[in-house]
Write a protein that binds this ligand. Sequence first.
Ligand code: IPM
Ligand code: MG
Length: 361
Amino acid sequence: MTKKIAVLPGDGIGPEIVAEAIKVLEVLNAEVNLGLEFEHGLIGGAAYDVHGSPFPQQTLDLAKQSDAVLLGAVGGYKWESLDISVRPEKGLLGIRSELELFANLRPAILYPQLADASSLKPEIVSGLDIMIVRELTGGIYFGQPRGIRVLENGERQGFNTLIYKESEISRIAHTAFQTAQKRQGRLCSVDKANVLECTELWREVVTEVGKQYPDVALSHMYVDNAAMQLVRAPKQFDVIVTTNMFGDILSDCAAMLTGSIGMLPSASLNTEGKGMYEPIHGSAPDIAGKGIANPLATILSAAMMLRYTFNEGAAADRIEQAVNDALDANVRTADIYSDGMKKVSTAQMGDAVVSALIKGA
Ligand code: IPM
Ligand code: MG
């Protein structure tokens, strides 16, 4: 059976890193007959330049007709002065929302080879393996009303709405509990229930859902404390579940524990398991086109795609092992480079993963 993948490279370093992930997938595809088919589309600034919209109808149609989406990154200086309604980021939020990709899984794993690249002491991060489950289609990112209005005295006022229905909280809670069941069985729900009513409800609903998962140890933490604990003693966490915005912030923080934001993949799933896979980092316009970006987060996102949407766990394991082997071979892109290592380009890093994959076969 063919498996159709919509490939949306996006902007900045997006096309460079996505090309490396496809290179890796093509090797597996040919070798073990995975039946993967790729079709490219436009999103973000690249789509705006051609169609006047960061998320054109063609791209939505392509994503809907595909079994999975592989995305690079969106955004860049060029589009920063556009109206917010057509900025590249709107394309990303649009596809998440249209496909109802409410569950965003962001694993933060420290590869032992990179313990020195972390800004924290090796003993604090060694063995780190956290899964952040971020709610992705609700909360303040999508809440209405929103905007910038002019008050009677002529002063402008910006406003957004943090809003969650019980059903939105319980479905992400179920995903998080089930994720914890497959791991160490510990779930920490992060909120700001001491100040925000919306997350007071969040805490109540998560606690209620937790009664159906007696095998998972549930704890709650305020987001400010969670940010502190992530850099103080990150290994206390197994699975974290949180709102859209808190998840955005905490996942960048968790990323740095692993040495580089260039290492973190993500999966965004809907209720049917259809998914979009993307690195958690942005489009890095400052290094775009230089061939120095780290493609590993995107390659690892491709592995998540094989595991979560296509149930090809063995193939996913092979990609993850090949990444590990490439790091063992001491090749490093600039973001994870340290003395004594071999500094390589984006494409050379992709090649190193491919050759590890072939060797490991
Ligand atoms: C992320 C990014 C996006 C977000 C931006 C680019 C809209 O930071 O995926 O974490 O805020 O969700
Ligand atoms: Mg982010």
